[in-house]
Design a protein around this ligand. Sequence first.
Ligand code: NAP
Ligand code: ZN
Ligand code: ZN
Length: 350
Amino acid sequence: MTTTYAYAATDAQAKLAPFEFQRRALREHDVQMEVLFCGVCHSDLHTARNEWKNTIYPVVPGHEIVGRVTAVGAGVTQFKTGQLVGVGCMVDSCRTCPSCAEGLEQYCENGFVGTYNGNDRETGDLTYGGYSTQLVVDEAFTLRVPENLDPAGVAPLLCAGITTYSPLREWGAGPGKKVGIVGLGGLGHMGVKLARAMGAHVVLFTTSPSKIEDAKRLGAHEVVISKNADEMAAHANSFDFILNTVAAQHDLNPFLNLLRRDGTMTLVGAPEHDHPSPQVFNLIFKRRRLAGSLIGGIAETQEMLDFCGEHGITSDIEMIKMQDINEAYERMLKSDVKYRFVIDIDSMRQ
Ligand code: NAP
Ligand code: ZN
Ligand code: ZN
């Protein structure tokens, strides 16, 4: 096994910097890949800076991974050398609990193993993510990448794609439904594309007037500046479903006001500090629901990738070199990315 080159944070204040380690020797069901592209999710930044208070250092972030298979274990049946594959936020789970049995590994009752900042179920070793030249993953957590799609644009589907696809499906986004997407970042722009492809009427809420034209190009039927009370009021009591992807603490009431009776707003954004509790009456009077959702299971992730293959959907990306990651984090904090940074992992091989 050759040395794996990576970028890691060594504490919450540290910039990401070069880091070397060895991937494990192949187990029976393991797939080894050279990583080609890795998306930059806001969760990477939350974790690198210990904003969720659970980071184990050193941390090698990255869970939007596209790679090419370089070797497979003796028991691998679904993948072969040379194949293009994807890996998302999980690399293992208990596989026996009721949630795992339903294909909802992200809700594994014994805890799924994160692609980074997790502990291997056999050895307890810390897992290291996709900001690295190589990866070894069990085939049960490896995805097939549609061949008609640009592999760099596929990488963000492995987290931003599935995290928006899963709740849109769960809450029935489709023809005749009015669906709101809050925030036009990595998750939000995938939410717009996917909800549009599912046939819903899509309204994008943004705090950035400069994103209006892009939102329409990406598939939004309407765009609302969420800080403008009059624009918000025009949509009162009209939404079947709102998917809130905002990465920072904010007031939920203005969005709950927009749900019709029995409408749901689902939170996927995971800010460092919780939102203030919304007004209870805002929920009671129209039997509105406030919900949450975590990524998606492996089978649903494959379904999402196949859906994107059929509809020609990829992420809008800004390609960066690994060496530019710290600057990319600062731009992400300013909502200044169109609409996902993707690291060209070859930049670590030169
Ligand atoms: P991102 O690219 O930074 O996008 C977040 C967007 O939120 C921004 O583009 C901005 O959109 C909006 N925003 C940011 N600060 C805001 C503020 N102070 N007030 C209002 N709006 C603000 O982040 P991302 O990668 O899409 O991730 C979004 C969140 O989802 C993160 O917290 C991440 O950790 C979380 N996440 C959760 C899951 C899950 O399974 N639930 C999975 C992945 C990520 P506008 O400029 O349009 O306003
Ligand atoms: Zn993510
Ligand atoms: Zn389980």
